[in-house]
Design a protein around this ligand. Structure first.
Ligand code: GLN
Length: 534
């Protein structure tokens, strides 16, 4: 069987949860025994989101093979358990870079290089990267909203590809908004009609319409949407806001037989659906048996929820594993600088300091870590969070006054965190960090080794700075435990503290590998320790 395709577009407004919906569909198809791959095509001009501010774009999600990508890939991996790679996310910047490189190499044989066919061919090439003989269904999500200037080449490319694939081999799903206008007491279908109108004017006729709405709609709305949008009434799906968790979305779609309908469009057998594991997880998430745990996340992009997306999700997975209700206290580290750690962290059962860049708010993070260390509160540091833990320990336990990272204070007398060897001389900002999965050897008997239940692991990285090996001796003498090293023993990847209930910090980003049905071991152990600290 050759690979079938699903193309997911969005209309009316952004932030409807297109990535989440695509991921939920991916899960259902996978649980029906199909091998799937997923991909997001982002119409913006950056080559990847790696250079974008978290305020602009939210979290940068890192793949195993070291690509900096859109956070929707996090939904894909968390929902479906598949592993994304460099082909799972393309942007216009990347597509154009390829086109221009080919043009410079003489690859267009004297032709005038144009959006159609050359850019659209390049987009189709990107789509074909995720079709292989290991894949039954490839799901491609088009970023942005129908009608955006930037989206046009993508819509044209999927129109062409749908045509080339022939009937029964691909399907267009359009996600739209059916707003409820409170003042009028009515739901409105017009924005959806217009959005489908845009698609039809360029030759795309969506076969399945998924409507985001605040409340269920009546038969008349379904009939109207079906009539004006040219889809059958049973192919108008309502996706209402879920009550408890985004992980309920697949069940909502399942109840409306979305997966079965998709398989019929794709002329594939409707195999049995097995959601047992997912349902068990959801039950534990919605009705946690072991009470509530308060975890403080201390960061500097707190106002933008998407900045720490995978961290929040991984904490939720840890809570499922520990059987507790998760209450996250999101704290701006600068507030800790102003009001003191004791005031802001009172009553929390665990403190997590996530990754980050630059000096703003760092002293607040260090203050929070000191408070957690001195008061025996479970602490979990990730990337910059680990670097801050090392700085804090050097300053307040080892007496290395003004210890710092050379990223934050280039002239520090004690550069306990300094540039990785491979980073010296690197001037380009895009895609030049230490990125992707690297192996790590854990030290027997440490909390990390205990949590993982093994000593050989591989985790994803995204950083330029590292624990400075010149300070390893003095910090270890002070009581810091090196719990994880690169296989050559040169890079310190995990540190811990002796005599503290749970104090673990890692240079890598464990949050990228956590899923709701298999919480990352460090997140599970951290939430467990926080629960025990109540
Ligand atoms: N800014 C730090 C570095 O580049 C940490 C990066 C991060 O937290 N992702 O090493």
């Amino acid at each position: 069987m050759s690979c079938k395709h699903i193309f997911v577009t969005g209309g009316v407004v952004s932030s409807l949860g297109k990535g989440l919906t695509a991921a939920a569909i991916g899960l259902l198809l996978k649980r029906r025994g199909y091998r799937i791959r997923m991909q997001k095509l982002d119409p913006y001009l950056n080559v990847d989101p790696g250079t974008m501010s978290p305020y602009q774009h939210g979290e940068v999600y890192v793949t195993e093979d070291g690509r900096e990508t859109d956070l929707d890939l996090g939904h894909y991996e968390r929902f479906t358990g598949i592993t994304c790679d460099q082909h799972s996310n393309y942007t216009t910047g990347r597509i154009y870079s390829n086109v221009i490189a080919r043009e410079r190499a003489g690859g267009y044989l004297g032709k005038t290089v144009q959006v159609i066919p050359h850019v659209t061919d390049e987009i189709k090439r990107a789509i074909r990267e995720i079709e292989d003989d290991q894949t039954d269904i490839a799901i491609t999500e088009i970023g942005g909203t129908a009608g955006d200037i930037e989206s046009q080449p993508y819509l044209e490319a999927i129109r062409q590809y749908h045509h080339e694939l022939g009937p029964g081999n691909s399907l267009f799903i359009h996600l739209t908004l059916v707003p409820y206008i409170r003042a009028a007491g009515e739901m409105k279908t017009k924005p959806s009609q217009q959005s489908v109108g845009i698609l039809r004017s360029i030759g795309i006729v969506p076969e399945l319409l998924i409507c985001r709405c605040e409340r269920p709609f009546a038969a008349e709305h379904r009939a109207k949407l079906a009539l004006f949008c040219g889809v059958r009434p049973e192919h108008v799906i309502e996706e209402c806001d879920v009550a408890n968790s985004i992980y309920e979305v697949p069940l909502d779609l399942m109840k409306q037989q979305v997966d079965e309908k998709i398989l019929k469009f794709l002329e594939l057998p409707v195999r049995e659906l097995d959601m047992a594991e997912w349902n068990t997880m959801l039950d534990r998430l919605i009705r946690p048996p072991n009470g509530e745990v308060v975890i403080a996340v201390v960061g500097k992009y707190i106002s933008q929820r998407d900045s720490y997306k995978s961290v929040y999700e991984a904490l939720a997975h840890g809570a499922v594993s520990a059987g507790v209700k998760l209450n996250i206290r999101m704290l701006e580290s600068e507030e800790i600088e102003q009001e003191g750690a004791a005031a802001k962290l009172k009553g929390v059962h665990g403190v997590l300091v996530p990754g980050g860049f630059g000096i703003r708010g760092v002293e607040g993070k260090i203050g929070a870590i000191r408070y957690a260390r001195e008061n025996g509160i479970p602490f979990f540091g990730i990337c910059l969070g680990m670097q801050c833990a090392v700085i804090e320990f050097a300053r307040h336990v080892c007496g290395l006054e003004e210890a710092n990272s050379t990223e934050l204070a280039p002239g520090t007398p004690h550069p306990v965190i300094s540039l990785l060897d491979g980073q010296r001389g690197v001037t380009d900002m895009g895609g030049t960090m230490r990125l992707g999965a690297y192996p790590c050897c854990l030290t027997r008997g440490t909390k990390a080794a205990q949590a993982y239940g093994q000593e050989q692991i591989a985790e994803r990285h995204r950083h330029r700075y590292e624990f400075n090996p010149a300070y390893r001796d003095v910090l270890e003498k002070g009581g810091l435990v090196v719990a994880g090293l690169s296989p050559d023993g040169k890079l310190v990847e995990v540190v811990e503290l002796k005599g503290h209930p749970w104090f673990v910090a890692c240079q890598y980003h464990p949050e990228f590998k956590s899923t709701p049905v298999a919480a990352h071991p460090l997140f599970a152990a951290f939430v467990e320790a926080a629960a025990a600290a109540r």
